[in-house]
Design a protein around this ligand. Structure first.
Ligand code: GCB
Length: 611
């Protein structure tokens, strides 16, 4: 930890996560009203809104003309500037807020929901970075911490004919947060993903998971349903998968849960990158129905192999940050609509990928749903990043656990998601080991159908030219993953990479979860010259060649698909606050190394030499 990082005292507990409802699953299959669009926005760099109760509230009309002696109110929502939700404030502010990190207040009015009667309502935020303080009609609903996962508040008894929703979002970086105060990506602030008013019947299907597993007797489909509401117990639930001619019932127990289990039909087509088959699924009770499209697949490891549907697979991957692929240099930002997500993933497909590492935090639900459609296996990660995490702070652990639970809840029915990663590049200390082991135990308890991993980069016994995979955390992981920058950071040149040898104390498969060099598109020179496309190409050739000699390296997710904004990249000649390790530039131009990875994925990755 760097001195001075503790200069911001931790927030009092009452300003931490509180008031949340259990997250309703399958948002996109529910009745809901989109609250995206134009909101009002006020910058509150001194954070008075949190201390003085305003600008949480809508000012009653007559208060604006308060007589002398009446309350003095120094803000006015109706004339406050517009902002678009979803979207970060950094890239939609005419540069005024480009570097702003702090508190910003959003306000949106919305009418009473069109349906009336016996319904329940939830305000559902797909994400707000980093801490969100939410108020409805002047009353606090609660607080959520964590910039990349969904959260919801129940507002059933709180809606009026003309509602005022006020949200304070604070993206001030701080030791104790997850991530901490220093990360190599841009800290886009605000309500970065859509906000919805979700409506459900009084007793609704709060959570449902449909999985496939290979038992000794053959493949089994299991569906677990949890109801929420007054009639949650002792209620019949039906699972229908019309294309498999499946219709089965079960009745919930006293805990509101029911499990339906059946042998998978022989003609079930399994989901895979080659055939990303999704089946329409309908779950219903007398009151509620949710529909989704779900793929069936198994993922496991055996010895040095990763097995998808029982078959060894080489993970032909690429790492991706959630940042829009722009058409101009100043275009990228954190707001991604369907087309933006599709554009990034289409670039991954063009490279020949069957796997994407969604770094270093949960990406939007649109992205994982598109990965289901496109046949891209997904590594999903929470932002427990490097050494700047308060590994011995119980509150920080709670936040990380909650994020992990939220992303698992959201994506448990995405066949594409095959890996939960609990961290990236964390130090070899006891507090870190305890912290990550707690997360791993949580992930296994919540979801036994995926692999657990973490990107490692530390070692006890490594030397410059022998990399030893001996991080004690390796014992807890299903899939090992290692980030290497030999040939970029450190004394070795790309020409030295092929003399590197690899040894692992674990009998497990591993992927190279990162490698890369900065190269600015269009900068050319001899291959020994840093920052050039030639240097990057040479580095890729050497690293891939070296990795391909190691039989237990079963995949790659090089760093990274696209150049991305980063506050750590200060060189004005090549970087200008962009990390230039992309295989394509921020506007999509392919660098020379792109072809190297493409050709490897095209011709060699599945060849016996790569096994
Ligand atoms: C890493 C980090 C990644 C950085 C990358 C770099 O090891 O995991 O977040 O962006 O290196 O470019 O240095």
């Amino acid at each position: 930890m760097v001195d001075g990082l503790l200069s911001h005292p931790p927030l009092p507990q009452e300003l931490r996560t509180q008031g949340l409802a259990p997250l309703p699953c399958n948002l996109y299959g529910r009745e809901r009203v989109d609250l995206s669009g134009t909101w009002q926005f006020l910058v509150d760099s001194v954070e008075r809104g949190l201390r003085n109760q305003y600008p949480r509230y809508t000012i009653p009309k007559d208060e604006k003309q308060a007589p002398v002696g009446g309350p003095l109110v120094e803000y006015d929502w109706d004339s406050a500037p517009d902002i678009t939700v979803p979207g970060d404030w950094n890239t939609q502010s005419n540069e005024r807020l480009f570097w702003y990190e702090g508190l910003g207040w959003y306000r949106r009015r919305f009418p009473a929901p069109p349906t009336s009667g016996d319904r329940r309502y939830f305000l559902y935020f797909e994400a707000a970075n980093y801490r969100a303080h939410v108020y409805l009609n002047g009353s606090p609903l609660g607080v959520h911490e964590g910039g990349f996962t969904p959260f919801a508040f129940e507002v059933t008894d709180k809606l009026v004919s003309d509602n005022s929703l006020v949200v304070g979002v604070n993206n001030r970086r701080q030791y104790g947060n997850v991530p901490g105060s220093d990360a190599d990506w841009f800290n886009y602030g605000g309500i970065t993903r859509p906000v919805w008013l979700v409506s459900t019947p009084p007793t609704f299907i709060q959570h449902a998971v449909v999985t496939l597993r290979d038992a000794e007797t053959g493949p089994i489909i299991t569906c677990t349903v949890t109801l929420d509401g007054r009639d949650a117990a002792d209620t019949p639930v039906t699972l229908r998968i019309p294309e498999l001619a499946i219709e089965l019932d079960a009745t919930t127990g006293a805990d509101g849960r029911a499990t339906i289990e059946l042998p998978a039909p022989r003609h079930l087509e399994r989901w895979s990158p080659e055939t990303p088959r999704l089946y329409p699924i309908v779950l219903s009770t007398a009151e509620d129905t949710i529909a989704d499209r779900i793929g069936f697949r198994t993922i496991a490891t055996r010895g040095h192999d990763v097995l998808l549907n029982g078959r060894s697979i080489y993970l032909r991957g690429i790492s991706i940050h959630e940042e829009r692929l722009g058409t101009r240099e100043d275009d990228g930002g954190r707001r991604l609509d369907w087309d933006d997500s599709r554009r990034l993933l289409t670039e991954a497909r063009a490279l020949g990928c069957n796997f994407v590492r969604l770094a270093h935090y949960p990406h939007s639900e649109k992205t994982t749903r598109l990965c289901d459609e496109l046949g891209l296996l997904v590594w999903s990660e929470i932002p427990v990043y490097q050494e700047d995490i308060a590994y011995d702070d119980p509150h920080t652990l709670e936040v990380a656990r909650q994020m992990l639970a939220e992303i698992i809840t959201r994506d448990q029915n995405r066949a594409s998601v095959v890996v939960w990663s609990v961290a990236n590049e964390t130090p070899l200390t006891e507090p870190r080991l305890r912290f990550l082991r707690t997360l791993i135990a949580d992930a296994r308890a919540q979801d036994s159908t995926r692999l657990i991993s973490a990107a490692l980069n530390r070692s006890i016994a490594s030397t410059l030219t022998e990399i030893v995979i001996d991080d004690p955390l390796g014992a807890d992981l299903d899939l090992l993953a290692y980030n290497t920058y030999a040939g970029w950071y450190g004394p070795l040149a790309p020409g030295d990479i092929t003399s590197i040898t690899w040894r692992s104390i674990y009998d497990k498969p591993m992927i190279l979860s990162e490698f890369g060099t900065d190269a600015k598109f269009g900068v050319h020179g001899v291959r020994e010259a840093r920052w050039t496309e030639e240097y990057q190409r040479w580095f890729y050739e050497q690293t891939i060649h070296n990795a391909n000699t190691v039989p237990w390296i079963r995949g790659l997710s090089p760093w990274i698909l696209k150049d991305f904004r980063s506050p750590r990249r200060y060189r004005t000649d090549y970087q200008n606050y962009w990390n230039r390790k992309g295989l394509i530039s921020e506007t999509g131009q392919r660098k020379l190394a792109w072809q190297v990875l493409h050709d490897f994925y095209q011709h060699q990755a599945d060849a016996p030499a790569a096994r």
